[in-house]
Design a binder for this molecule. Structure first.
Ligand SMILES: [Zn+2]
Length: 70
């Protein structure tokens, strides 16, 4: 975790960031998407993670396949 975010302030612009913007962005060459967590004031990227919905869907699909229910 970025220490700037932990303290409640954006490390780039210094504004309070008790909320983040979540923007879906493509990953080059992949079918996956990432979730970019950005400062709502200056739009600096403060964190990036895999799209949680896509991860859940993929996990469910793989479990179903293993269980022979695809
Ligand atoms: Zn900022």
């Amino acid at each position: 975790m970025n220490p700037g975010v932990k303290s409640g302030r954006c490390p780039k612009c210094g504004n309070r960031t008790n909320q983040l913007e979540a923007v879906m962005i493509p990953i080059a060459g992949q079918a996956w998407q990432a979730l970019s967590l950005q400062c709502p004031h200056c739009h600096a990227i403060l964190g990036v993670q895999m799209n949680p919905d896509q991860l859940v869907d993929e996990t469910v699909a793989r479990v179903a396949k293993r269980l022979g229910r695809d």
